[in-house]
Design a protein around this ligand. Structure first.
Ligand SMILES: Nc1ncnc2c1ncn2[C@@H]1O[C@H](COP(=O)(O)OP(=O)(O)OP(=O)(O)O)[C@@H](O)[C@H]1O
Length: 708
């Protein structure tokens, strides 16, 4: 029998593709062809063994990965119904459409995405008479919805066993805000027959657990269960796969614990590592031929990941021909770093490389700002693959509109800012302003200034808005640009409004804008108008043809991809690894993220960092990852000042020495016994309440503390 799907596979890949029975774990390092092996396995099951597609569940991490797999399979097998190849969420939707009646929901239940959740919570805030000051939407999404739905699924009993009247009574009785919000949310869900993303997983797991006849039916159906990117599935998703494979006992998982980068969504390296403990009959197949990267890139990546503690040691062999070692550039400033990247890209383009062969990866969205500015100065076409370009992000547009209110005070900027934050100036009032402006042939802002004392604006924030714009506008020439921006953000209440939503990514972006404005202001000849003109030109690039463009994206969104030329920028302590890291486990995850980034590269890899001051005003040092990789594995464009390595090592030693956790008892040579109240990794100190001292004290990590 012809089996073209097995052609060209190496012996381990072939073994993975053709071992159909039992519990099988495939440890597949980056670039070892796991997608290829998985696809071959699917064809082997359906064609060689004759298993119907409806009896095979294949769980992928993203829709994109599912589509790619389907395409490859169809190329071999023609048009086939590949119904159960998809993400775990899409499987759950299929499952619930058939089974959700068990929970008295109709099969046309609605699915709430994150935006819907946010909107629903806002409505609940209003209904409960909560103001944003008391609690913020983002906080509540994390604290109430995520936390409660991820940690336990007892809430499902509540939704389905309590009738509406009882639920309403519980809401009325509780005086705990989070409980009230949560119950209300459940009430709304029930009323609208709505499921959010967590529910899709939870309801499925719940039905499988509580309804044996349903479990039986699906176990019968799912004769082969395969899970791709297993390192990033959560415990509950794993539970679903285990339940489904419970009868035929054919569970095939493939992944790489070194690439676990979704611990924050409850994935855990241990689930993969412990598979053989859970299933003592499990067979482990290791794919160790790396087809993707040059030996030099692979060696540098391996040197980095070896510094992690909790891992399954593996050795990868590169089969690509030798190439240059990864290049490392330490820049004196962010601008120099971005310009260096732009210059290197230009060299590649001149040598005939197509722009879409090149990717620039970064840890966080805000890092794209200096790159975008440099690329536009250098007329390089780029496309942001994850999220929006820096100056097109909503919060940046808001800030820029506020700055424009200080210069042009045009109607577009006015309409963007007047109700952000909300100032209770609704449609009717705006209509009134438009009429005044049209009659008098003046701008909307001018119209507001003239009418602000009228009754129509009573009880609104109009007067404060006018005051903020006027005050900062008058002072704008006597302060540096950075101060002007800070003042308008303070007086308008905009920054506070963002803070209340506690959306860290937006705040990071605004902090980055402040630094850009401050840097622009360092040139005394640059006026606010000049800065705004520069920004306008940057945003005007939006319409350009992006097909032939360099790709910019966060590392998380580069998962599973590969590019001939990869740049990783912003390799600084406090940025990557991020300053938010507080435990050795989190540091391991940062290192895995760096590993994922490095192993995307096929031919050449470029690493860079820059000196200067970070968002938190701390002097930036090169990332410890540069030293983890080792001098011998990198080509340095410029030598580092000698003191740097020692400083970074000391910093890492102090951070990994955060031996104590919140709640632990410690003993101090002078203050005696105390309890850790906070671990502050930014200031590298603990907050401790000592028994014999009345007030709490900040004590540095390096103080001689022992377990109390
Ligand atoms: N047996 C093989 N012979 C030649 N090339 C192969 C073979 N298997 C895989 N490749 C090539 O290796 C590269 C990586 O394969 P694939 O994308 O399947 O890897 P992966 O294991 O899914 O990677 P990652 O986990 O890093 O995302 C691809 O370019 C693929 O064509």
């Amino acid at each position: 029998m012809q089996q073209p799907w097995l052609n060209g596979l190496n012996p381990e890949q072939k073994l993975a593709a053709t071992t159909s029975e039992g519990h099988i774990r495939v440890l597949a390092g980056p670039g070892t062809g796991k997608t290829r092996a998985l696809t071959a396995r699917y064809c082997y099951l359906t064609e060689t063994l004759g298993v119907p597609a409806r009896n095979i569940l294949c769980v992928t991490f993203t829709n994109k990965a599912a589509n790619e797999m389907k395409q490859r399979i169809r190329a071999w097998l023609g048009d086939l119904d590949l119904g159960y190849i998809g993400t775990i969420h899409s499987f759950c939707v299929q499952f619930l459409k058939e089974e959700i009646h068990a929970l008295h929901f109709p099969k046309n239940f609605i699915i709430l995405d994150t935006e819907d959740e946010r909107a629903l919570l806002l409505k609940i805030f209003e209904d409960l008479g909560l103001t944003l000051r008391e609690a913020t939407i983002k906080q509540k999404m994390d604290e109430v919805l995520e936390a409660r739905k991820i940690s336990a699924d007892g809430y499902i009993d509540e939704i389905f066993t309590l009738d509406n009247a009882l639920l309403e009574k519980r809401i009325a009785e509780t005086d705990e805000v989070n409980e009230a919000i949560f119950l209300r949310y459940l009430y709304e869900q029930k009323k609208n027959f709505a499921c959010d993303f967590n529910d899709l997983i939870n309801f499925t797991a719940y039905i499988l657990r509580k309804f044996p006849e349903v479990l039986h039916k699906w176990q019968e159906r799912m004769q082969y269960v395969m899970v791709d990117e297993f390192q990033d599935v959560s415990a509950r998703q794993y539970f679903i796969a285990q339940m489904l494979a419970g009868k035929h006992k054919n569970l095939f998982i493939v992944g790489d614990p070194d690439q676990t980068i979704y611990t924050w969504r409850n994935a855990h390296v241990k689930l993969f590592l412990d598979f053989d403990k859970t299933y003592p009959d499990a067979q482990t197949i290791v794919l160790h031929t790396n087809y993707r990267s040059s030996p030099e890139i692979l060696k540098a990546s391996e040197a980095l990941i070896e510094k992690n503690v909790l891992r399954y040691p593996k050795t990868l062999t590169a089969i690509k021909p030798n190439g240059p070692r990864p290049l490392y550039f330490h820049a004196q400033s962010e601008k120099e770093e971005a310009d260096w990247i732009a210059e290197e890209i230009k060299k590649l383009l001149t040598s005939g490389i197509a722009p879409d062969q090149i990717a620039v990866l970064y840890r966080s969205h805000f890092l794209s700002r200096s790159l975008e500015e440099s690329f536009s100065r250098n007329a390089l076409n780029y496309k942001i693959y994850s999220g929006t370009e820096f100056y097109s992000r909503a919060e940046i547009k808001d800030c820029v509109a506020y700055l424009r209110m200080l210069t042009a005070a045009d109607d577009v900027a006015f309409l963007r800012t007047i109700n952000s934050p909300s100032r209770k100036i609704g449609k009717k009032k705006l209509q009134y302003l438009k009429e005044v402006a049209a009659q008098e042939r003046i701008s909307l802002f001018e119209a507001l200034k003239r009418t602000v004392s009228q009754d129509i604006f009573k009880g609104t924030g109009a007067r404060k808005y006018v005051y903020a714009i006027e005050t900062v506008s008058h002072e704008k020439h006597s302060h540096p640009l950075g101060t002007v921006l800070q003042k308008i953000l303070d007086l308008s209440g905009y920054e506070n409004h963002l803070r209340l939503q506690s959306d860290q990514e937006r705040l990071d972006n605004v902090a980055e804008l402040k630094r850009a404005v401050q840097q622009a202001g360092e040139d005394p000849d640059t006026t606010l108008e000049d800065f705004l003109a520069k920004v306008a030109l940057l945003t005007n690039m939006d319409g350009k043809d992006k097909r032939e463009a360099v790709k910019l994206m966060t590392i998380h969104s580069s998962k599973g991809m590969e590019f001939p030329f990869v740049f990783i920028c912003g390799l600084n302590e406090g940025v990557f690894p991020s300053r938010k890291i507080s435990t050795p486990e989190e540091m391991d995850e940062e290192r895995r993220i760096a590993y994922v980034a490095m192993t995307r590269a096929i031919n050449r890899l470029y690493l860079s960092d820059s000196e200067g001051v970070a968002n938190d005003n701390v002097f930036k040092l090169p990332s410890r990852f540069i030293f983890d990789i080792g001098r011998e594995n990198l080509n340095y464009v410029r030598e580092l000042p000698q003191s740097f390595e020692g400083r970074v090592k000391r910093l890492s030693a102090i951070q990994t020495a955060t031996a104590f956790q919140v709640g632990e008892l410690v003993s101090h040579p002078v203050f005696g016994i105390g309890r850790i109240l906070e671990v502050n990794t930014k200031s590298l100190s603990y907050k401790i309440k000592f028994e014999k001292l009345e007030t709490e004290r900040d004590i540095q990590f390096r103080a001689p503390l022992t377990h109390g």
